[in-house]
Design a protein around this ligand. Structure first.
Ligand SMILES: [Zn+2]
Length: 152
């Protein structure tokens, strides 16, 4: 029995084209879609629709390809790099917020806070680390005072 693992194929060179007779957009990948598991050339399996909210707050529906690997039988969704997994907003909207340019962001405050939280670099993140640094600093000072006291 096959265990099918759904993985993304991220398209970095692509054209966005209107699907004729619809209001859907499709991604034409300019690179050959290779299986992330085994590197084989994948072929079209079916399509999935994906709603993405742009920086103007407008919803655009993209028709994304699901591709099948002929060797390991896995199905992969083909995502252009501006669509983030499990995110309703376009990558550029999220990046603007993370870079402090989120003034015109269509997302609500709670969503923007979550993006910032998710993208915090671990070494500089949050109150805990800041408190630890303060603690170490004051311990050092105390140690220093103790040494002085012993000298007296
Ligand atoms: Zn494969």
């Amino acid at each position: 029995m096959y265990v099918i693992i759904a993985v993304m194929i991220i398209a970095t060179r692509y054209k966005i084209e209107l699907v004729e007779g619809t209001e859907l957009f499709k991604i034409r990948n300019l690179n050959a879609p290779l299986c992330p598991n085994c590197g084989s050339l994948c072929s079209g399996y079916d399509n999935r629709l994906r709603r993405v909210i742009g920086d103007d707050g407008q919803v655009v529906v993209y028709q994304l390809r699901r591709l099948r690997c002929p060797v390991c039988d896995a199905l992969h969704i083909e995502l252009p790099d501006f669509i983030r997994t499990r995110k309703r907003y376009a990558g550029s909207v999220i990046d603007d917020v993370l870079n402090g340019r989120g003034d015109c962001c269509p997302a609500d405050d709670r969503t923007m806070r979550r993006w910032k939280h998710e993208n915090r670099p671990p070494e500089t993140s949050g109150f805990f680390d800041a408190d630890m640094i303060k603690l170490n600093y004051s311990q050092k000072n105390r140690g220093g005072q103790k040494e002085n006291a012993e000298e007296e």
